[in-house]
Design a binder for this molecule. Structure first.
Ligand code: ATP
Length: 299
């Protein structure tokens, strides 16, 4: 069990989620040295320890209370929860927050030449997968009967070597499928990285650390999705300029020294700021249009 004073976070040691997780924690102000091989890393400026493990170990560590919180893909989390439930182990957790990285989908894919005529055409087939529980749940929800063979890696080669008829695997761009002569026929689950916590209440000390961390995470994520826009606009066009600004925030309008025809307009945009909008602003007589990233935000 974890100590009562230091919050323990489980994260992937190396793999697709580890860099983004590490960046998120660093941007939340945590000073961590993850260059060595130790399993447990101490955060030097906050009472937090980081446990670096395989993705598939994270749900269990959080569900069993070994770690207080964890950052893991929904796919791994849901698969572990279903499997642990089946085995009668702890499978309770709280999904505190979805994170804006690690997006992917779990899909069924078949060889290019397979004639797909709908989900029924998959009835009775065998799929290679790392996610048998998610596959079984999908099959039973869709009234089909499928078989599976469990593979922990290189799932996409299974049909070619005669191990399975198709695969049930994670896809982000689809390039790996294409390179292996496979086509995606059904998306069975959509996933992002998520922040999870053990359902038991944290000690007061840990809850306070967690609240701070959560607020910072929200600030980092919001900042990543937002842009700070600055421009100079003709004073008589200010209404039209405001209408072109993306997002719901009211722009700040400031006087410019020595100019009574131009004002400075600043706005935080939470929506994409397109080149077309910049061109439309330019056509209204605006200039010095700057679109800048935001590092941190607190509301
Ligand atoms: P580990 O090796 O740490 O036990 P893993 O085999 O799932 O876990 P990765 O391949 O690094 O390790 O994937 C980690 C997570 O990244 C996945 O579980 C998934 O949530 C996410 N992910 C995002 N895009 C993809 C993708 N195209 N393929 C695989 N995983 C992806």
């Amino acid at each position: 069990m974890t100590s009562t004073k230091r919050l323990t976070i489980a994260m992937q040691k190396s793999g697709r989620l580890s860099d983004d997780t590490q960046n998120l924690l660093k941007r939340c102000g945590l000073k961590l040295n993850l260059t060595d091989r130790r399993l447990l890393a101490h955060v030097s400026n906050m009472p937090i320890d980081i446990m670096r493990v395989r993705s598939s170990d994270i749900p269990g560590l959080v569900m069993d209370g070994v770690c207080d919180i964890g950052i893991v893909g929904d796919n791994t989390l849901e698969e572990a929860a279903l499997e642990r439930k089946l085995l009668g182990n702890n499978s309770e957790y709280i999904r505190t927050k979805g994170l804006n990285f690690g997006g992917c989908r779990l899909s069924l894919a078949m060889p290019e030449e397979f004639e797909y005529t709908g989900i029924e055409s998959l009835n009775g087939l065998r799929f290679a997968t790392t996610y048998p529980q998610l596959l079984k749940r999908y099959a039973s929800e869709n009234n089909i009967d499928v078989d599976f063979c469990l593979l922990k890696g290189s799932v996409e080669v299974a049909p070619r070597v005669g191990l399975a008829d198709g695969i049930c695997d994670l896809v982000s761009t689809g390039a790996t499928l294409e390179a292996n002569g496979l086509k995606e026929v059904e998306v069975i689950y959509r996933s992002t990285a998520a922040l999870i916590q053990n359902p038991n209440p944290l000690s007061q000390d840990k809850q306070a650390i967690f609240d701070t961390l959560l607020q910072r995470m929200q600030g980092v994520m919001k900042a990543k999705e937002s842009k700070y826009i600055m421009l100079h606009a003709p004073i008589e066009k200010i209404e039209q300029v405001s209408e072109l600004m993306p997002g719901k925030e009211t722009p700040t309008v400031l006087p410019l020294a020595g100019r009574d025809d131009l004002v400075a307009v600043h706005v935080v945009a939470t929506e994409t700021f397109f080149w077309e909008t910049m061109e439309a602003l330019k056509a209204l007589g605006c200039n010095s249009i700057l679109v800048m990233p935001i590092e941190k935000m607190m509301e």
